[in-house]
Design a binder for this molecule. Structure first.
Ligand SMILES: Cc1cc2nc3c(=O)[nH]c(=O)nc-3n(C[C@H](O)[C@H](O)[C@H](O)COP(=O)(O)OP(=O)(O)OC[C@H]3O[C@@H](n4cnc5c(N)ncnc54)[C@H](O)[C@@H]3O)c2cc1C
Length: 307
C-alpha cells in the first residue's frame, strides 16, 4: 500500500461527504463488534462513489461495500482498506407503471424498512416480506434477502451496478444470477440501487400483512439483543436453527457471545462480546453440528478483516 497520508488526503479531497479514518466498526454493525477500518467513507452521489472506487482501485487499496451492517462481522483487528458505506445514497420514489402496477425506485442506502413503509402508504403489494429485515436496499439485493418464501429476486425489475472502474450500468433482473442469500456480482461491483415491481393493492390489506409479519418476527427473534440475524444459511429442506437446537447448542456461551435460547440460528452479543467470541462460537457450533449430523453449516453472515 502507498504512504497512508497520501491516499488519505486524496480520499478526503474526492469525498464531499463524511470520511472517518481508523473508525471502529462496532459502531456501524448491528452486532456491535469490530475493530477499526483504515477509512469509512459515505459518498453522496453515484458519481462520487464512482470516482472514489476508481481511485482506490488504481491505488491498489482494498475496498469493501456496506449498507446497514446487519449481516456483517468485522474482526477485532479491523479492516486494512476502505469501507464504502451507501448510507448517504437514500433517495426513494414511486413510479407509476399502469395496468395495476407501480414501481419503487430506491438507492442502495435506503433502508428496506423505508421501502416497506412507502409501499404500505401507497397500497403496493409484493414487498411485505421485507418487513422487519433491518438491512439496506443494496445489502438486501446483494444478499438476495428473503423471508416467508419470498426473496428480493421475486420483486426486482432491475439493479444499478457500479463497476470497479467507476462506471454505472442498469441490469434487468433476468440478466443477473440470484441464488439463495446471494447475488453473484462481478469482482468489485457495488449495488447503487434497484427498482421493485409491485402490484397496486389494498392499503389496509398490505398494512395488515406487515403488522402480522412484524408480530410473528418479534415472537421468534431475540430482538432485545444485538445480532447479525441468521448466522448460517439453511441447508436444503431443514432450518439451520432447528439443527442447532436439536444438537443441544442453544444457550452455548463464549465470552460475551451466546447462541440465542430463543432462536438457534442467532448468536447474540450479551453486551461485551468481541468479534473473536462470535467467530469462536460460530466455529464450535459448526464443529458440533458436523460431528453430530455430518452437515457442514455454511455461514450466511459476512466476516471481514485481519485474521
Ligand atoms: C434482527 C435481524 C433479522 C434479520 N432477518 C433477516 C431475514 O429475515 N432475512 C434475510 O435475508 N436477512 C435477515 N437479516 C440479515 C440482514 O438484515 C440482511 O442480509 C440484509 O439484506 C443485509 O443488508 P445490510 O444493508 O445490512 O448489508 P451489510 O450487512 O452492510 O452487508 C452484507 C453484505 O452485503 C454486501 N453489500 C452491502 N451493500 C452493498 C452494496 N451496495 N453493493 C454491494 N454489496 C453490498 C456487503 O459487502 C456484505 O457482503 C437479519 C438481520 C438482523 C440483525
Amino acid at each position: 500500500m502507498k504512504q497512508a497520508t497520501g491516499w488519505k488526503r486524496k480520499l478526503t479531497e474526492l469525498a464531499t461527504g463524511t470520511v472517518l479514518f481508523d473508525e471502529c466498526m462496532d459502531r456501524h454493525t448491528s452486532i456491535g463488534v469490530g475493530g477499526p477500518a483504515d477509512a469509512l467513507v459515505f459518498p453522496e452521489s453515484a458519481a462520487e462513489a464512482g470516482r472514489i472506487v476508481a481511485f482506490l482501485r488504481a491505488e491498489g487499496i482494498a475496498v469493501f461495500f456496506m449498507g446497514n451492517g446487519t449481516n456483517l462481522l468485522v474482526r477485532d483487528d479491523g479492516f486494512r482498506g476502505v469501507i464504502v458505506s451507501t448510507k448517504a445514497l437514500r433517495s426513494i420514489r414511486v413510479e407509476e407503471r399502469g395496468g395495476g402496477r407501480a414501481a419503487i425506485r430506491a438507492e442502495a442506502g435506503a433502508s428496506l424498512a423505508e421501502v416497506v413503509a412507502l409501499a404500505a402508504r401507497e397500497g403496493l403489494a409484493g414487498i411485505e416480506f421485507c418487513a422487519g429485515i433491518p438491512g439496506s436496499v443494496g445489502g438486501g439485493i446483494r444478499m438476495n434477502a428473503g423471508a416467508w418464501g419470498s426473496e428480493m429476486k421475486d420483486v426486482l425489475e432491475s439493479v444499478d451496478l457500479l463497476n470497479g472502474e467507476g462506471n454505472v450500468r442498469t441490469f434487468p433482473r433476468a440478466s443477473l444470477r440470484f441464488e439463495y442469500r446471494n447475488l453473484d456480482l462481478p469482482e468489485g461491483a457495488c449495488v447503487l440501487g434497484g427498482i421493485f415491481d409491485l402490484a397496486r393493492g389494498d392499503r389496509g390489506a398490505v398494512e395488515a400483512r406487515i403488522r402480522e409479519i412484524l408480530r410473528t418476527r418479534s415472537g421468534k427473534h431475540p430482538l432485545q439483543y444485538r445480532s447479525a440475524g441468521s448466522v448460517f444459511k439453511n441447508p436444503k429442506g431443514v432450518p439451520a436453527g432447528r439443527i442447532i437446537d436439536e444438537a443441544g447448542l442453544k444457550g452455548l456461551t463464549l465470552g460475551g457471545a451466546r447462541v440465542s435460547e430463543m432462536h438457534g440460528n442467532f448468536i447474540v452479543n450479551l453486551g461485551s462480546a468481541r468479534a473473536a467470541d462470535i467467530i469462536g462460537l460460530i466455529g464450535i457450533v459448526r464443529d458440533r453440528v458436523r460431528e453430530r449430523t455430518g452437515i457442514d453449516l455454511e455461514p450466511e453472515v459476512k466476516i471481514i478483516g485481519e485474521e
